[in-house]
Design a binder for this molecule. Sequence first.
Ligand code: BTN
Length: 242
Amino acid sequence: MANIIQLQNVDSTNCYLRALQEKEEQEEGTVVAAYEQTAGRGQRGNTWEAEPGKNLTFSMIFHPQEIQAADQFIISQLVSTAIKEVLDKYIPEVSIKWPNDIYCQDKKIGGILIENDLSGYEVFQSIIGIGINVNQELFLSNAPNPVSMTQVTKQQYDLDKLLKEFASQIYINYFDVLDGAEHEIKEIYKNSLYRGKGMHAYEDDNGAFLGEFVKTEPTGHLVLRDSEGIIRRYAFKEVRFV
Ligand code: BTN
């Protein structure tokens, strides 16, 4: 396993790790973790709520030049399946909500913010930010449906131990993909999807509809078949679960 840099306070571990890499080349899988983030960033420009000292907020860096820009969704898949694999040891009913929210039953227990820098057709740098709700008992922000591990099991967890487990599993999945396990990771991802089977209610700019999961594409697009048998293809943010 590579380096773990543990910080007390930082604006965002993604921003800190990017600045560190700009100063000096970081080893594959270097981790920056923070006890407290003062400006934790979520997807869609949202902030990420995490009570100091109660949760995991960390970022990892890789330089996956072997991964083509058009296939970059494999990074999301290898990270989200690694997180699910670790969480499965502690809590029930963990799934991945496309593209990469981590769910426990119908609530969000973790989020991933991946920032890929491309060079031509390749991903030359990937900064992977991860927030896992661990020991927080109460959520105050307007995030729609947060939940923590402790809310699910009524137990407290050792953050350092968990951090090492998550980081190691991501590291393993990353090198497995580089060694050719892309197909296996994609299968695990597909079988881990929240509402991955059956018809479910969705909403796009044209309104609500019923659809079933068909596949995700290497670019990350979601392909659904609606109740009339029509195939619909969506980029992130173009469709929502109802
Ligand atoms: C989401 O909105 O679902 C993604 C949340 C990602 C939060 C993590 S916490 C560690 C890293 N640093 C950040 O500023 N954001 C990510």
